[in-house]
Design a binder for this molecule. Structure first.
Ligand code: PEP
Length: 256
């Protein structure tokens, strides 16, 4: 049996305690929508409180520092987010790569540190529009992943990859189905090269991210080797996020 689709909400720099009611509503509904694995990554400030609301869904962080402790004002380590209640961390999101000039090496160091702290990791990758127009999308993404992915031991069991074309994030534009399928196949080939053949039921899931909405979720989730979605804007209300979880449920039922 393949793994369940994984739908992850990335709240980015949104949310105060007033948003805990959305988290609660998402969690309660996810208890009834068990064909899908649901997770939310709130800002650091809400990890602990959100975890307390969650009976079913997983709670994650949106970043962590590569070091374990020390003189890094404003930073938060992997063991700190684990202590606050996170079970996973999103790393190498394009907004971190752009706004904080994070390199592949930095993302890999963070991933190593997160795995060491017992967290699962979602490593993000994605090409810019200029890369795609130049016909370089696959080269750019596979090179990002070669530099960013953790290696060694049983890291593949703790890993998810999120393919997010930069030009599709928050823009309302979605990659063509054929481009998503082609990219996911290229990522799958790289994962096989790096980690070998997976045990049954433990294949690394490859999520798609970029303007996933309730209206397009079932379609995107039915593309070959799309193992779930990383969702930004549409994860901010229970209504729209659960619409995506229902779309994933539909795609899962249609594939069964
Ligand atoms: C994201 O930032 O990971 C994302 C996919 O955002 P949005 O869903 O808003 O495009």
């Amino acid at each position: 049996m393949a793994q369940r689709p994984y739908i992850v909400g990335n709240w980015k720099m949104n949310g105060t305690r007033a948003m805990l009611s959305e988290a609660r509503a998402i969690d309660r509904a996810s208890q009834r929508l068990m064909k899908v694995e649901v997770a939310v990554a709130p800002p650091f400030t809400l990890i602990h409180a959100t975890r307390k609301e969650a009976q079913q869904m997983a709670i994650g962080a949106q970043d962590c520092h590569a070091g374990s402790e020390g003189a890094h004002t404003g930073d938060v380590s992997a063991s700190m987010v684990a202590d606050a209640g996170a079970s996973f961390v999103i790393l190498g999101h394009s907004e971190r790569r752009q706004n904080h000039t994070e390199t592949d090496e930095m993302v890999k160091a963070k991933a190593d540190s997160a795995i060491e702290a017992g967290l699962k990791v979602i490593v993000c990758c994605g090409e810019t529009e200029a890369d795609r127009d130049a016909g370089k999308a696959i080269d750019v993404v596979t090179s990002q992943l070669r530099g960013s992915l953790p290696v060694g031991g049983d890291v593949a069991e703790r890993l998810t990859v999120a393919y997010e074309p930069v030009w599709a994030i928050g823009t309302g534009r979605v990659a063509a189905d054929s481009d998503v399928a082609e990219m996911h196949a290229a990522i799958r080939a790289l994962l096989l090269e790096l980690y070998g053949e997976p045990e049954e039921d433990s294949e690394v899931r490859i999520l798609y991210g970029g303007s996933v909405k309730p209206e397009n979720a079932a379609q995107i989730l039915s593309i070959a080797d799309v193992g779930g979605a990383l969702v930004g804007g549409a994860s901010l209300t229970a209504e729209s996020f659960l619409g995506i979880v229902m779309g994933a449920t539909e795609a899962e039922e249609a594939a069964a």
